[in-house]
Design a binder for this molecule. Structure first.
Ligand SMILES: N[C@@H](CCC(=O)N[C@@H](CS)C(=O)NCC(=O)O)C(=O)O
Length: 229
């Protein structure tokens, strides 16, 4: 049986799955869906995920949506290298970090990033400015947490993958033309949060990393760097 992945360019949940597969060296059949062509709304895709969201992973007859569930599944199916820790404590810490991203990191980043990415920055200008302190707080905490290498246990885990995709999402937003109207104080990340750049470089050196990078981010004007700076 072979793994199939349905994903969309620029979807950070989908990117998590591609990165986990790259980390584990698992080949897969790629189904890149176009959001603008509403390919997540076709009857064929809705039969796989009635919510119409990527990522979806298929392994034979088994179909799974929700990126964190997919990461956990892949980790059982392909145990090496482990992405959810080696001990009960590490497993708990990896899950905590993933869920802290979902519950705290992503909401903070989204207040700033989404309006810049989706043409809402004028209407949301005050919300962007008001949201910046929460972003700085998340970045301060992450910068401290990765100072010795990775987030949990000294090796790459699902937690690193989840936060990494979120940071690139933030970097992408901060390099859109609309961002020039704001003093975001984010880029280059390395000026204020140097550990983040060192840590990200280790993930960016995974074999096959560039193939996982959202393709339209590379071809847009201006393009996004596949490297955190
Ligand atoms: N919680 C889900 C989020 C999935 C999600 O929101 N996917 C978005 C892209 S980031 C999507 O497929 N949107 C397509 C649509 O709504 O048509 C996960 O982690 O997998």
């Amino acid at each position: 049986m072979s793994i199939e992945v349905y994903w969309g360019s620029g979807s950070t949940p989908a990117w998590r799955v591609l990165l986990a597969l790259a980390a584990k060296g698992v080949p897969y059949e790629s189904h890149l869906l176009s959001f603008s062509n509403r390919e997540t709304r076709t009857p064929e895709f809705l039969a796989l995920n009635p919510r119409g969201k990527v990522p979806v992973l298929k392994n034979g007859d088994f179909v799974l949506n929700e990126s964190l569930a997919i990461l956990a599944y892949l980790n059982r199916e392909f145990p090496s290298p482990p992405l959810f820790g080696l001990s009960p404590e590490e497993t708990g810490l990896v899950w905590r970090s993933c869920l802290e991203y979902v519950g705290h990191g992503d909401p903070a980043f989204s207040v700033v990033a989404r309006p810049l990415l989706f043409g809402q920055s004028e209407a949301q200008a005050q919300a962007i400015r008001d949201g910046l302190p929460a972003v700085y707080a998340e970045l301060d905490a992450l910068n401290a947490a990765v100072k010795d290498g990775f987030l949990v246990g000294g090796t790459l885990s699902a937690a690193d993958i989840v936060w990494f995709c979120g940071l690139h999402f933030l970097q992408r937003a901060a390099t859109r033309p609309a961002a020039a109207n704001f003093e975001l104080g984010l880029l280059p990340f390395g000026d204020r949060w140097p550990n983040l750049v060192t840590w990200a470089a280790k993930i960016e050196s995974l074999p096959g990393y560039l193939e996982t990078f959202p393709p339209h981010w590379l071809t847009s004007d201006p393009p996004s760097s596949p490297h955190l700076r």
